[in-house]
Design a protein around this ligand. Structure first.
Ligand SMILES: Nc1nc2c(ncn2[C@@H]2O[C@H](COP(=O)(O)OP(=O)(O)OP(=O)(O)O)[C@@H](O)[C@H]2O)c(=O)[nH]1
Ligand SMILES: [Mg+2]
Ligand SMILES: [Zn+2]
Length: 358
């Protein structure tokens, strides 16, 4: 469609309440290169949620007011579920070496959600100025062993920033994700000082972040290269299929892809007989914890989906749910814990138009 007509195509760079900011592929009259767009109800009816990173068709354009309506959503190549960003080419998982303290299980969960996109994953170890050189070297060696040679970075000294700039300057959409307070917005400010994104102090005994960034927003970093800042959160979700977990660990995936296989096709890789991985690998324990949680989730789902009464068995005087054999192992305690658990500490989005700017 003509850029000077009533319709156009573009990229969603930010969501604000019921609106989204769309950067147009071709500027309209007067060189207008973006529009504030409302979503059409038929898009909502089809159940499709617009995400940052989506390519959309816009119509009903009022060039004078700079308004339009999203009428069409183009198919996505990839989707990072949380933070929700479509068409991602690279996920940059950011964790601080200190303030907040680096938690390797939490880091593993972030890496798993990044791997689930099937795209390139880059690990950034931020706040390198806060630890001694031997500790930094130990973390670099450890995460390299997991399959993630990291970029160690300090916004204070500027060390590592140019290496990160090179990675982020590759074409496509990169998204920064990680816990609150690890320095995601700070490092974007260091790369693009004109952004002036809000940053917040970490506080409390656990040196937690304050959930300063509230929205995902895409910024241009180099020609054809965009980078998204995102709100920090503490507990990324895990995949729903227990068999999907192992291939998300690069240190397992490389051997599975190379044709090595355990004795049993549905091996849980928990040091079971005939397992090619054994227990002598660094993330064995984290893998086991994640697997238990995913299996507990799968059991809950299987029980909920079963018609009333159909999945019950008599045990003494009581009726108990009958479990699918493959999910029978694992702990009931985890089931209860999961039900009781709050998903994480992310606060609701605030009022106001541009809360992430200083
Ligand atoms: N010492 C040190 N402090 C840093 C560094 N980078 C960021 N900080 C501090 O860490 C705190 C949190 O930084 P933010 O950039 O707001 O963290 P964030 O990851 O964007 O946090 P959310 O928006 O809440 O997800 C601020 O007080 C920053 O000044 C660094 O390289 N070294
Ligand atoms: Mg931030
Ligand atoms: Zn195995």
């Amino acid at each position: 469609m003509s850029a000077t007509g009533l319709s156009a195509t573009g990229l969603v760079v930010a969501l604000q309440a019921n609106f989204c900011q769309v950067v147009l592929d071709h500027p309209g009259p007067g060189g207008q290169d973006h529009l504030l767009c409302i979503r059409r109800t038929r898009l909502s009816k089809s159940g499709q949620q617009i995400c940052v990173g989506d390519r959309v068709g816009v119509d009903g354009i009022d060039w004078v007011a700079g308004r339009g309506a999203v009428a069409r959503l183009e198919p996505r190549t990839t989707l990072l579920e949380r933070p929700a960003v479509a068409n991602v080419s690279r996920v940059v998982v950011v964790t601080a070496l200190e303030e907040p303290h680096l938690d390797p299980l939490q880091l593993t969960r972030f890496l798993l959600t990044a791997e689930a996109t099937g795209q390139a994953v880059q690990l950034v170890l931020a706040k390198a100025d806060l630890v001694e050189a031997p500790r930094l070297a130990a973390w670099c060696q450890r995460t390299t062993g997991w399959g993630y040679p990291p970029i160690a970075l300090s916004c204070q000294s500027g060390g590592g920033l140019e290496r990160l700039r090179q990675v982020l300057s590759q074409p496509g959409i990169s998204v920064l994700c990680g816990p609150s307070g690890v320095g995601k917005s700070s490092l974007l400010n260091a790369l693009l000082p004109a952004l002036q994104l809000r940053v917040g102090e970490v506080s409390g005994r656990l040196q937690r972040g304050r959930h300063t960034t509230r929205h995902v927003e895409l910024f241009p970093l180099a020609p054809g290269a965009l980078v998204a800042d995102s709100p920090g959160f503490n507990r990324p979700a895990l995949p729903s299929d227990p068999l999907a977990l192992a291939p998300l660990f690069p240190e397992l995936r490389s051997r599975l892809a190379g044709g090595d296989s355990c004795r049993f096709r549905n091996c849980r890789h928990q040091d079971d007989p005939g397992c090619i991985f054994g227990s002598n690998w660094d993330r064995f324990e984290f893998y086991g914890q994640c697997l238990e949680e995913v299996e507990a989730q799968a059991r809950l789902l299987a029980n909920r989906c079963r018609p009333e009464g159909a999945g019950l068995k008599q045990r003494g005087a009581r009726l108990e749910p009958r479990l699918e054999s493959q999910w029978r192992r694992g702990s009931r305690r985890l089931d209860r814990q999961r039900l009781a658990e709050e998903e994480d500490l992310s606060p609701p989005g605030p009022a106001g138009s541009d809360p992430d700017r200083r």
